[in-house]
Design a protein around this ligand. Structure first.
Ligand code: ZN
Length: 471
């Protein structure tokens, strides 16, 4: 029998805010030192009162706009009661009754072309702390307690592990480019709901939920494992499938049962009496919309039209730094494809040498466009352009300053180049002879001599052409 897999996802994303969701402690990644970002409020001390971080609402709404959701103008927080050592209040503040965003839609690539995945809702909540197990002891770090999260819940619309991966990659790119979350270092975690049914049937099979995975590799492996486990159970009657929560063990590559699946009633949700409902009026919504980053789909279309490759697009849209710089440099009159090469190949090359990545790139669009223009207008050659870029990234030297100090600040016309070409030919008669007797390598030697003489100025294509003619 053939089977169909049905998957729904709950993706937790830690928001890129300076402070926590209900207190002024530092947010995600604010300190490496355990229990450094903790106060009476996020520790659940008696008498503490939460105050909602306005930025959390704005980022959640932005995420909703990017995923084509309806934005709730009236949104409230609820308490979800359960005890866990890293949850000092013994409840989590989350949203059950009036989540901030509902009914979204996101288009993803699938084996049969593009498909729409429905977003059931996005709600805001606080993260729990972290437990560190060391031998006999377990330690608790409250830094992460109360860091703001959004949880993006999809309908069970995925039919293959590949679709899930495409969705997660897209979500990550969107949220990174929108400044919503870095989506790295555990800031993006996923629960996968999965069931299997005979192909052509409507009724959903028994569902298992695999909890709390942060690496995309684990998510993919866990889904493949779980699909096979379900099919084996149905096909060979190996085990009885029950609705339950499971965990994925990275070492064994298997999932194992953690607990029976709990329901909302088990948590005794109730409206948080300490937090006022939030009203999002037209003015505030318009403000958020005005600051909303260009939707990823629009941006991708624009990049494709500009002739940028799919591979480059994937890297670009996951970096807010790169997209912003690219758009400003293009606005300054440079070619999009050329600019992408300067950012993704040349600049990244310099950054890598210093052990840094694309997001560490801190150069102005003005300086980068100056370099690109000097190269495309043949005022300097590409190698000098690269050296100017390295000086800019590594030492903050402006391109104009660099070109001047390196002695390549002169405008060349073809008569300058011709003079150099003629000089090189007359100075290197032996190499010229070798070239004429058929040694093609000799040409490179002559070309190199011209470039050295020109100190990096002049367009290599022009120099080459002139050398060929004169030989
Ligand atoms: Zn705090």
């Amino acid at each position: 029998m053939k089977y169909e897999t049905v998957i729904g996802l709950e993706t937790h994303v830690e928001l890129n805010t300076k402070s926590k969701i209900f207190c002024a402690c530092g947010g995600h990644g604010a300190s490496e030192e355990p229990n450094d970002c903790v106060c009476p409020a996020c520790c659940g001390m008696p008498g503490m009162l939460p105050v909602t971080n306005k930025r959390v609402i704005e980022l959640a709404v932005t995420a909703g706009l990017m995923l084509n959701c309806d934005i709730s103008r009236y949104t409230t927080f609820d308490k979800k009661n359960y005890y866990y050592p890293d949850l000092p209040c013994a409840y989590q503040i989350t949203q059950l009754n009036h989540p901030i965003c509902t009914n979204g839609l996101v288009s993803i690539k699938s084996e049969e072309g593009n498909r729409d995945i429905r977003i059931k809702q996005i709600h805001m909540e606080e993260d729990a702390g972290k437990l560190i197990h060391e031998g006999k002891y377990s330690l608790v770090d409250f830094n992460r307690t109360s860091v703001p999260l959004i949880e993006v819940v999809t309908q069970p619309d995925f039919r293959s592990p590949q679709e899930v991966m495409n969705y997660l990659n897209k979500l990550k790119s969107m949220f990174r480019s929108g400044g919503i979350s870095e989506c790295e270092n555990g800031a993006m975690r996923c629960d996968v709901n999965i069931s299997v049914r005979p192909e052509g049937t409507e009724e959903l099979g028994v569902r298992s939920e695999i909890k709390n995975m942060s690496s995309f590799e684990s998510i993919e492996k866990a889904i493949y494992y779980e699909i096979q486990r379900h099919i084996d159970a149905l096909e060979y009657d190996l085990e009885e499938l029950v609705q339950e929560t499971r965990r994925f063990d990275e070492k064994t590559g298997k999932t194992f049962a953690m607990r029976d699946k709990e329901t909302a009633a088990d948590y005794r949700y109730f409206p948080d009496p300490n937090l006022m409902p939030i009203l999002i009026d037209d003015e505030w919504l318009e403000q958020i919309m005005a600051n909303k980053p260009v939707a990823v789909d629009e941006r991708i279309d624009y990049y494709r039209e500009s002739g940028i490759s799919e591979e480059e697009i994937t890297v670009l849209i996951s970096s807010q730094t790169a997209t912003k710089l690219l758009e400003e440099v293009v606005a300054a009159g440079c070619d999009a494809r050329e600019t992408v090469k300067w950012i993704l190949i040349e600049a990244v090359g310099v950054l890598r040498k210093g052990g840094k990545g694309l997001d560490d790139l801190q150069i102005s669009a003005e300086d980068l466009s100056a370099i690109i223009k000097m190269v495309t207008e043949s005022k300097i050659n590409r190698n000098s352009g690269k050296a100017a870029l390295a000086a800019l990234i590594e030492e903050g030297i402006s391109p104009e300053e660099y070109i001047k100090s390196a002695g390549i600040d002169r405008k060349l016309d073809s008569s300058d180049i011709l003079a150099v070409v003629q000089k090189v030919i007359s100075d290197n008669q032996d190499i010229v002879e070798a070239y004429k007797s058929g040694k093609t390598k000799a040409f490179q030697a002559l070309l190199g001599a011209c470039m050295r003489e020109l100190k990096g100025a002049g367009n290599p294509g022009v120099i080459k052409e002139m050398l060929e003619k004169n030989l």
